[in-house]
Design a protein around this ligand. Structure first.
Ligand SMILES: *[C@@H]1O[C@H](CO)[C@@H](O)[C@H](O)[C@H]1NC(C)=O
Ligand SMILES: *[C@@H]1O[C@H](CO)[C@@H](O)[C@H](O)[C@H]1NC(C)=O
Ligand SMILES: *[C@@H]1O[C@H](CO)[C@@H](O)[C@H](O)[C@H]1NC(C)=O
Ligand SMILES: *[C@@H]1O[C@H](CO)[C@@H](O)[C@H](O)[C@H]1NC(C)=O
Ligand SMILES: *[C@@H]1O[C@H](CO)[C@@H](O)[C@H](O)[C@H]1NC(C)=O
Ligand SMILES: *[C@@H]1O[C@H](CO)[C@@H](O)[C@H](O)[C@H]1NC(C)=O
Ligand SMILES: *[C@@H]1O[C@H](CO)[C@@H](O)[C@H](O)[C@H]1NC(C)=O
Ligand SMILES: *[C@@H]1O[C@H](CO)[C@@H](O)[C@H](O)[C@H]1NC(C)=O
Length: 859
């Protein structure tokens, strides 16, 4: 019955795969953008991290003063001042406690507020006020307050100011605020009853958004704001502008009902003081437009904005910004990164307006009054005697009041997202420009997820390469804030339970020239003996780096093991030759006596998995030299070298010492060999992927038929001899002769285990893999690329748990292993041989231990 279940799973997977090939699902442009992180670094492999936390929670408001070397942190009921060099440094961190008095807390609780989260003082605004003071606002148990902090002594001023107009009541409400030249700008839905508002709180008079006859903002959830100094060197005498980024209720009628919310960018001019009679104390320069982040040709829109990062470029008009987008529906997790230019936003704001009639929005086709409504005051205005927003004619202001929305959309650079990740919930982004050794500046993207991962990626020619994914916390929790320090070359990560400081890069993790170059990390270069931070070496020219292609520069030397490991096995045994690739993008290539091993049907006698080569029922003619290469970026790097000797049954184990090499290994071309240029050609890759998947589909069809045949025969055989089940070759057992254990596995007693069976020898040893972080255990939440928009409900039958990890490997390594026996498992899909072995070992704990020599194994 279990076998039937297994067969059913095979059918499901097979149908999915064939459907994918036939309908081209994985080959839509969407998958193209869903890149796999090159390496996976689990929490215990994190290097150079410093963790700050205290008794409180919600370290969500960060203010970095890089030149002063201080990181201010606003948390729940506390403000911290930390040393940016080392946020954990003893004696250099200071705290101000700012709690809610008990009486007020009771009031808050009596109003039915949550006693665990809401009735505290969540610090939400923390900015430099003047040379000596910070300005800080907290929710203060639903009665916001603001005050000053003396940064010289790190003490709080005695008096408080009412914060109700500056800080939201609700700690989870979208909010953004900034201090610019002594002016305070904030945007939020402050109160439950109030409508959202973008305002300048200070100095007086307060300027706000208009609420009638047209509401300028509809249930807006703000995620960010940024000042762009467009007045500097402006040829038209332009003003500085403040941009606000948010998601709001969609008021336009669209044919797509799912789009109830839309992402927006809005701006106001810094010199705007409102109109004289019309739009008194209201923005005269408020304009908003839709931010589009969608897949071209597919009506697939990511409408919810989660985070924005502005990269300032001189002149300011050339600045660009990155947005992190998600889907409206919470049950499907998909994230995208889109990039926009301020110039483009400006163009949209200079374009046609929308107008509304009976709550229907259409493009305004009539005459636009002069001077153009919604503009900043420029030289052209001044030439007409209009020196400030108060001089604007009523006709212009009336128009502005009724036309806050632009008709055109702000579209991303290249009309598509830079990156699209399925099953990943991005929350925050920060971007750092790095000048690489090729003289070019690259944008390095740091993207945090809702489950506590950080993706470090580099943007190369409009594409994103994810250098690595880092698991930041032991327990999953969202990344709430990211701040980068240029001078400390650190990134600070705010989270619900603390602040983490991490180096911007950890080049030392790459232990070979090829690893260093394949990573394409603009921070890192190979100096001949180590992968180092390029800033740490004055003579940069001697370093090797290739951010553009990730394959050039390394010397033509053999890396990896030049000594062959020896496996001496009995004929008929199954042998696992381990070859774990650290890179998720590398593909294993096996050579047997100088010939490439291809195909892996049941008859071929071997199968290639993500962590090694499995010889099934070894035969004498399979003796020889097996070499594993890692293929990446068109370069082949030696990864493992084995000499396998298959002995006939008659031979006695003791006669064959481990060191003996019965078969001289044939010469094998050394080291890395660049592949033909055409291989790099995307088209070729595309076509070969189709071919591979098509082939895989065929193979699976055969396997399926075969398995169903076996299920049938097995059931008949059950009445007969149960001992003979191994005859059916679909019933796979692993018999491995292997050796060295890695330390961690040795601690568990399943490291070396085995049993002696009637047929002769059976030893199973999983060890010797390099302790690649990604293979020791499954990451609790590695972002998993999956096929294009399949609703999650489609993975029923218990497949959902295992399918993604296999798919991920398919995406990276294009290998999938089918499990063929073990009736206890519900899924036919397996992560790796190691897993498979571990399961078998787990079941064989009772069997006798067979010791083996530390390095080479034998019998
Ligand atoms: C919060 O309220 C729950 C029940 O409403 C109660 O069990 C818990 O002790 C309260 N916690 C605090 C910190 O007051
Ligand atoms: C900064 O502002 C605070 C609070 O208003 C004030 O007490 C202090 O004197 C100011 N400092 C300077 C240098 O202006
Ligand atoms: C403004 O122009 C001056 C002179 O052309 C130049 O030196 C300066 O760097 C420019 N400033 C910016 C921010 O572009
Ligand atoms: C604008 O400023 C110019 C020069 O500063 C002045 O001559 C003119 O009267 C001002 N116009 C208004 C409407 O205030
Ligand atoms: C504060 O942190 C706790 C977990 O420590 C989390 O449950 C809560 O949602 C956080 N609150 C806010 C406002 O972020
Ligand atoms: C490379 O850098 C490492 C670490 O900084 C150093 O120990 C080594 O001497 C350097 N090698 C060369 C060839 O410069
Ligand atoms: C590697 O070296 C061999 C001979 O030493 C040479 O023929 C081959 O072209 C070299 N390959 C590269 C990529 O330098
Ligand atoms: C593998 O090891 C054998 C024996 O040590 C050696 O002759 C052969 O050159 C090695 N192969 C490679 C590709 O290094």
């Amino acid at each position: 019955m279990d076998q039937e279940k297994m067969a059913l799973h095979l059918v499901l997977f097979w149908s999915w795969l064939c459907a994918s090939v036939l309908f081209g699902l994985p080959f839509t442009p969407t998958l193209d953008l869903d890149v796999t992180p090159r390496t996976t670094v689990l929490f215990k492999g994190l290097l150079g991290g410093r963790w700050f936390s205290s008794s409180t929670q919600n370290y969500t408001t960060l203010l970095l003063e890089d030149t002063a070397g201080v990181l201010y942190v606003g948390a729940r009921s506390a403000i911290f001042s930390l040393d940016t060099r080392d946020i954990t440094a003893e004696g250099s961190s200071h705290m101000i406690k700012w709690e809610v008095p008990t009486g007020q807390k009771l009031q808050c609780l009596n109003k039915g507020r949550d006693n665990q989260t809401e009735c505290f003082n969540h610090i939400r605004f923390l900015q430099r006020f003047n040379e000596t003071h910070l300005y800080v606002c907290g929710t203060h148990a639903f009665r916001p307050l603001c005050t000053y902090i003396d940064t010289d002594h790190f003490t709080m001023a005695s008096g408080f100011e009412d914060g109700r107009e500056k800080c939201p009541y609700d700690p989870t409400k979208g909010y953004t605020g900034l201090f610019v030249d002594g002016e305070m700008y904030t945007a939020s839905q402050y109160d439950f009853r109030s409508t959202p508002d973008i305002r300048r709180n200070y100095p007086y008079p307060v300027v706000k958004t208009e609420e009638g006859p047209i509401r300028w903002l509809l249930e807006a959830n703000f995620v960010g704001s940024a000042l762009v100094r467009e007045s500097v060197n402006s040829s038209i005498g332009d003003d500085d502008k403040i941009y606000f980024f948010f998601t709001e209720r969609n008021q336009e009628q669209t044919p797509f009902f799912s789009q109830t919310r839309v992402a927006r960018v809005a701006r106001v001019c810094k010199g705007d003081w409102g109109g004289q009679r019309t739009l008194q104390k209201k923005w005269t320069s408020f304009l908003k437009a839709r931010l589009v982040c969608s897949i071209p040709d597919y009506e697939f829109h990511l409408n919810v904005l989660h985070s924005v990062f502005l990269v300032e470029v001189q002149p300011a008009q050339n600045s660009i910004f990155y947005g992190v987008f998600g889907l409206e529906r919470m049950n499907v997790k998909t994230s995208a990164i889109c990039q926009y230019s301020i110039k483009n936003v400006q163009k949209v704001f200079d374009g046609p307006f929308m107008e509304t009639q009976e709550s229907k929005w259409t493009e305004y086709m009539g005459k636009v009054p002069e001077p153009r409504p919604g503009s900043c005051i420029t030289d052209a205005f001044r030439a007409k005697g209009i020196n400030s927003s108060r001089d604007l004619p009523d006709e212009v202001l009336n128009f502005a009041r009724r036309h806050p929305l632009m008709s055109r959309h702000v579209r991303p650079q290249q009309e598509r997202p830079l990156l699209l990740k399925r099953n990943v919930g991005y929350t925050q982004i920060a971007v750092h420009r790095v000048r690489a050794l090729d003289g070019q500046s690259y944008h390095v993207l740091f993207i945090g997820t809702d489950e506590g991962w950080l993706h470090r990626a580099v943007e190369v020619r409009g594409r994103v390469h994810i250098i690595e994914e880092l698991q930041l916390f032991e327990k999953p929790q969202p990344v709430d804030r990211l701040v980068i320090s240029q001078s400390q070359r650190s990134i600070y990560i705010g989270s619900p339970t603390g602040v983490l400081q991490l180096p911007l890069s950890t080049c030392g993790r790459y232990t070979s020239c090829f690893n260093c170059v394949f990573a394409r990390d603009p921070f890192c270069g190979w100096n001949g003996s180590a992968c180092i931070d390029i800033e740490s070496q004055p003579g940069r020219s001697s370093l090797i780096q290739d951010v553009l292609n990730g394959n050039r520069g390394c010397k033509n030397t053999t890396e990896g093991p030049t000594v062959s490991r020896i496996r001496s096995v009995m004929a008929g045994d199954d042998v696992l030759l381990q070859c774990e690739l650290r890179s998720n993008l590398a593909v294993p290539q096996w050579m047997f006596n100088n010939h490439e091993l291809q195909g892996y049907g049941l008859d071929s006698g071997f199968r290639v998995g993500t962590d090694g080569l499995l010889l099934i029922g070894a035969r004498a003619e399979q003796s020889g030299c097996y070499v594993c290469f890692a293929m990446e970026n068109g370069v082949r790097v030696l990864a493992a070298n084995y000499t396998v000797w298959v002995r006939s049954e008659a031979a006695q184990p003791a006669l064959f010492p481990a060191t003996e090499r019965p078969l001289p290994s044939p010469p094998i071309p050394p080291g890395p060999m660049p592949l033909p240029q055409t291989f790099r050609n995307m088209e070729t890759v595309y076509i070969s992927m189709v071919a591979i998947l098509g082939g895989l589909c065929f193979v699976l069809t055969v396997v399926l038929l075969y398995v169903s045949f076996c299920v049938h025969t097995n059931r008949r055989r059950k009445q007969g001899s149960a001992r003979n089940e191994r005859k059916c070759s679909a019933h796979l057992e692993l018999k491995t002769i292997s050796s060295r254990c890695n330390g961690e596995r040795a601690e568990r007693d399943d490291c070396i285990a085995g049993e002696t069976t009637v047929e002769g020898l059976l030893q199973i040893v999983p060890g010797e893999g390099q302790s690649s972080p990604s293979k020791d255990s499954l990451p609790p939440a590695p972002p998993l690329p999956a096929p294009p928009p399949l609703p999650s409900t489609e993975y029923s039958n218990g497949l959902s748990a295992t399918l993604p990890s296999v798919l991920r490997k398919m995406n990276g390594n294009s290998y999938v292993l089918l499990r063929q026996t073990d009736p206890e498992t519900t899924s036919p899909l397996y992560y790796s041989f190691t897993e498979e072995l571990n399961r078998i070992l787990e079941k064989r704990k009772h069997t006798q231990l067979v010791t083996s020599q530390p390095d080479e194994s034998s019998v």
